[in-house]
Design a protein around this ligand. Structure first.
Ligand SMILES: CC(C)(COP(=O)(O)OP(=O)(O)OC[C@H]1O[C@@H](n2cnc3c(N)ncnc32)[C@H](O)[C@@H]1OP(=O)(O)O)[C@@H](O)C(=O)NCCC(=O)NCCS
Length: 174
């Protein structure tokens, strides 16, 4: 079994609802994708709309993975830099695999597909992302070739008294 990855899928209502459902389910399962549980789709939707606007403006590309039942099972957003001196690398945001599919190697497949997608974009030489410390995510990204290049202590307050490091990871593409 594997996911089928598509770069720049048609943004249909089914795709929007699928990504929104994925993001909500991943958040409610404790995933580090910008929220703390519990969340509803209404809470997540404005963040998705920001990505959709950036996609419509050509600043962001969506990589989506569908499972064998045709459900949206994984995503990553590739965001180009607007700063004129930083156009040779991009940001990867909202890397997630549906909880029902985690631990099957799909996350690694997703990051391999993201690296392929980035290599296919003219002038892109590296992928940068940030992740929440304390969850072992550095190990996941490390297993996909990323290196930790920075760490801002206690930058993410998931709850009062529970601060996590903001970890910066980098994947050179050449
Ligand atoms: C992080 C995530 C994308 C990984 O996807 P996945 O399909 O579960 O991961 P894989 O099955 O491809 O695992 C690849 C490797 O990373 C490890 N790994 C996966 N998730 C991990 C985690 N949270 N902490 C530590 N290691 C992890 C696996 O053990 C595996 O290593 P191994 O081959 O040595 O056993 C997925 O668990 C997820 O969506 N989590 C919730 C959202 C999230 O936190 N995203 C990160 C945003 S920065």
């Amino acid at each position: 079994m594997s996911l089928t990855f598509t770069l720049d899928p048609a943004v249909t209502p089914a795709l929007r609802d699928g990504v929104l459902g994925l993001w909500t389910d991943v958040s409610n399962a404790g995933g580090s994708v910008g929220f703390v549980p519990p969340v509803t789709p209404d809470v997540v939707r404005p963040e998705l709309v920001k990505h959709l606007v950036a996609m419509a403006e050509g600043r962001t590309r969506l990589l989506v993975g569908h499972d064998e039942d045709g459900r949206v099972a994984a995503t990553a957003f590739l965001a180009l830099n607007t700063h004129r001196l930083m156009t040779h690398w991009l940001w990867l945001y909202t890397v997630m695999v549906h909880p029902r599919h985690q631990g099957k190697g799909y996350g690694r497949d997703l990051l391999a597909a993201a690296a392929d997608a980035a290599r296919g974009i003219e002038g892109i030489e590296a992928i940068r992302l940030t992740c929440r410390g304390g969850l072992g995510l550095e190990r996941f990204y490390g297993s996909c070739g990323y290196k930790e290049v920075g760490r801002v202590p206690d930058a993410i307050r998931v709850a009062p008294g529970d601060d996590r490091d903001d970890v910066i990871m980098l994947l050179p593409l050449r």
